[in-house]
Design a protein around this ligand. Sequence first.
Ligand SMILES: Cc1cc2nc3c(=O)[nH]c(=O)nc-3n(C[C@H](O)[C@H](O)[C@H](O)COP(=O)(O)OP(=O)(O)OC[C@H]3O[C@@H](n4cnc5c(N)ncnc54)[C@H](O)[C@@H]3O)c2cc1C
Length: 597
Amino acid sequence: MTNDVIIHDVVIVGAGLAGTWAAMTAAQQGVKDVAVLSKLHPLRSHSGAAQGGIAAALNNVRPVAGTGPRGPLEQIPEGDELVDSWELHMFDTIKGSDWLGDQDKIEVMVKDAIDILYQYEHMGCVFSRTPDGRIAQRRFGGHSAPRANYSADRTGHVLLHTIHEQALKHGVKFYPEWYVMDLIIEDNSVRGVVTLEVLTGEIRTIRAKAVMFATGGYGRAFKITSNAFANTGDGVAIAYDAGAPLMDMEFVQFHPTGLYRHGILMSEACRGEGGYLINKDGDHFMKKYAPDKMELAPRDLVSRSEQTEINEGRGVMEDGQGIYLDLRHLGAEKIMKRLPQIRELAINFAGVDPIEEPIPIQPTAHYSMGGIPTDVDGQVIADAEGTPIVGFFAGGEVACVSVHGANRLGTNSLLEASVFGRRAGHAIARFIKGGAELLPLTGDPAERNRRIVAELMDGDGRENVEDIAQELKSTMTQNCGIYRNEAQLKKALNDVKALQERFKSARVMDRSKRFNTDVLAALETKHLLTFSEVIVAGALNRTESRGAHARTDYPKRDDEAWMKHTIAHKSEDGTPRLSYKEVTVFWDRFPPQERKY
Ligand SMILES: Cc1cc2nc3c(=O)[nH]c(=O)nc-3n(C[C@H](O)[C@H](O)[C@H](O)COP(=O)(O)OP(=O)(O)OC[C@H]3O[C@@H](n4cnc5c(N)ncnc54)[C@H](O)[C@@H]3O)c2cc1C
């Protein structure tokens, strides 16, 4: 056992796009000592799995005149009228958010979008291209112009590799496979983190002047999910336990096209390129639910439409729980060129070649709109009044700025992680160069965490961690899924609390120190149990339907009572204490409207 304390100026937890942008930018701005910790190899961060694209109104392509909303696209000739603008991107995002996104924050994101795309390009990112060499763009759900900039169906992969190389070039130090298990906040300012080095099992404190969480999303609280195994919401749970609030956690996005039974994502680019959704009768059922946008309506609406078809007995596959995604009419050439990875995944995991057969799909838990509240510079906010937690930053999917409100539009997340990661990097550099100090710690936080792990390994509990995790995922899926109501949510809350109790007697079987994945799984399960309670509590309290939060007992949006953000703090007895915060609205520019597609 070592008691060595490590010290850095800046510790960033998470090596996805948000964390790496922040690290690279802070280093570029002259901060010498920036460390990035990641429980995975950095290039295995979930950002690298993103497929479809990153939004920005670059105006490179437009629909061919007279061909309708699903027709072909062409590059915009030099000097011709433009079809897109940041204002239009802003409106689409606000409407997509069901008027819960903060409009001032959205404005910052869509304006920064254009510049950050060119920064990626200048760093050498390999985008797909138009015939004359501009960045290629495709359609995406809820966007009223083709503004998803892409690299085939491997966009996240190329973005992450590009920014990772830049971070290395600027001298950022990476700690791969270091698991952060605790955050130290005293007197409303951050002091450091406690880490478990996966390879050795050593638990150490790392002290820092600034800490940023960029730990990604929490889709793994659900049974069917597109998220990587690592997306267990550690960051939200750890921050909440350390006293930071969480915002809008009840808004969880279900993506309409996860591979049937696996949940593996079949990118929205499939529909962006012209794919259809059909039920067991061969009907293009979206014409009933979104006559204008059809398959390219936003995700909350398409997932609900699919679920309604399934619930009413028009699903496919033996249990009727699937829907077909049909790409056959796109033809082999387009599928091989634009969606090669999708084809590979469908063949390998479902035994279906999309060139010849429709792909069986179902809605899949995909994205976490909620998270740690921050301002536009990644500064974490302690309460509805905007008090900062000094030295604590967050960005990317773990954060809630909020730009996505109640429902995120596809391609806006790679954008958010990049834009607000970069902004956080600038803010961290200002904070450090402005004379931030390394503050002292009380006690030995590493020792406290060593006891938690020892208890898991050597305690006399008999509960199996995996059983608890599976039961949690079942109740969250059944009772806090696409559709919810009071009775279901009460059941979910009781289940989560009972599982939290059982977890107190959890024990892991593997007692070894090195690479003990049982211990990691136990810590992750504890995190799932912590934030799931916040999701359910927020959902139970919110007696309306908005974006991804659809209550069958309160089917209408209620702006009078509920156009506000949920803020949850952990109270003394461990349960979430909820309060609410106004949404920023530009009443003269984007007043609330009915959301139709
Ligand atoms: C399959 C899939 C496809 C997607 N496609 C798109 C798309 O086309 N366009 C789009 O805009 N969005 C897409 N998204 C969403 C988007 O990819 C993510 O929201 C975004 O990449 C999140 O980036 P991030 O930097 O916040 O976190 P991530 O990239 O998820 O990185 C999280 C990091 O935190 C680290 N970490 C987590 N917990 C700990 C801990 N306890 N200790 C240490 N390190 C920790 C991880 O190791 C990792 O490095 C997709 C998501 C999925 C799942």
